[in-house]
Design a protein around this ligand. Sequence first.
Ligand code: NAG
Ligand code: NAG
Ligand code: NAG
Ligand code: NAG
Length: 377
Amino acid sequence: MALQSNLLMIVTLVIFFFLSFIAAHPGEHHDTIQVYKDMQKRGLEALNQKKELESCSGSEEAKARAVRAGERRAATVARLRKERGLEDVPMLHRRNMLHERTLAQFKSFEQISHDRTQTLKYNASTPHSTLFAANASCILTPDNADGPYYVLGEHIRTDVREGQPGVPMHLEMQFLDTTTCKGAQPLVVDIWSCNATGAYSGVSAAGEGGLDTTFLRGVQQTDVDGVVNFDTIFPGHYQGRATHEHIITHSGATILPNGTFQGGHVSHLSQLFFAPALLNAVEATAPYNTNKIPKTTNDADGFTGYAANAAYDPFPNYVMLGSKLSDGLFMWIELGIKPSNDVTSYASNAAFLQADGGHNNPNFNQYNVITPPSTHG
Ligand SMILES: *[C@@H]1O[C@H](CO)[C@@H](O)[C@H](O)[C@H]1NC(C)=O
Ligand SMILES: *[C@@H]1O[C@H](CO)[C@@H](O)[C@H](O)[C@H]1NC(C)=O
Ligand SMILES: *[C@@H]1O[C@H](CO)[C@@H](O)[C@H](O)[C@H]1NC(C)=O
Ligand SMILES: *[C@@H]1O[C@H](CO)[C@@H](O)[C@H](O)[C@H]1NC(C)=O
């Protein structure tokens, strides 16, 4: 009950927070009352989903899934190490990455170290299943922040790097259907982020990669356990936002013969954020450290405040694949979603990709793209 009322308070605070930047943009035509109602509704839905997910976690099915997840993640790490010639490099070198002091709203959250090597005091005899089994299922915030740079129609592919320099990041996301307690499947998952120096592909806005670029964007379909895998790089940063990776899930979509998808509805949109210790370590390496745009900490980013609380943990777990960051990271997170949720109206796309390249979306609906003040994504 105490948890419920804390969460309600958070939802309410979040709503006030968003209303304050809606109010701060005179001249834009927002139906404030409707936005308020939508957010309140989705906030409450998320609380229910969280409860449903918790009640799933004790079942035999969930326990079996957790065992499979541990084995799967260990196998992925072994494969990545082999592919990258890291077999003889000490694995999961422990780094002394001290967590930063943060604001009160992050306190409970940062007591959880997302660096599993450190949390578990990994050594060579630690069973892989212990290291990778997660108990960290969460409901990501029911947000409406796909930002102005969503591109519809990207390619179904695992590797989205296209040679972009940066810390290689293998991201495994497992989506659980909170209504059935099973892996969410079929589900089409779209991810995108900026590159190491803060530029997005696929959009025509000044300073970005342009309509005909597709780097760091891709789509995957979940398997029976609700799992997708991407090879990307750790995102960089740009003005006014903390480092983040965008996620959209599409339910009921159709896969097309040309390796794209169409149709269905957007059942979830949100952003992953990264633990400060990791973020700072990455930002200290090239080419991230050539980016002169001031960094925005998680604490200063409106969306992390919204995303991170006792119920919502938007920071993926991670291990290093070798002994240095440039060897790459394996990251994983489990997310609860409700496939019948329809937040399509909040997922307006700035551009779309076709066989002949990218195009601006003439119907791009800026109305539904609510971003914090003085930011662009
Ligand atoms: C590995 O870690 C476990 C648990 O922390 C500990 O009991 C064991 O002694 C360690 N083994 C080595 C070789 O350090
Ligand atoms: C998993 O979560 C449950 C419920 O929150 C908790 O009681 C349990 O200790 C957790 N297990 C691990 C291994 O963290
Ligand atoms: C990021 O993308 C922009 C736009 O394409 C490009 O100019 C820049 O060099 C890229 N950053 C890196 C580190 O390659
Ligand atoms: C894929 O096929 C669809 C349907 O024919 C088409 O609309 C779309 O432009 C194609 N996309 C690409 C990237 O070729």
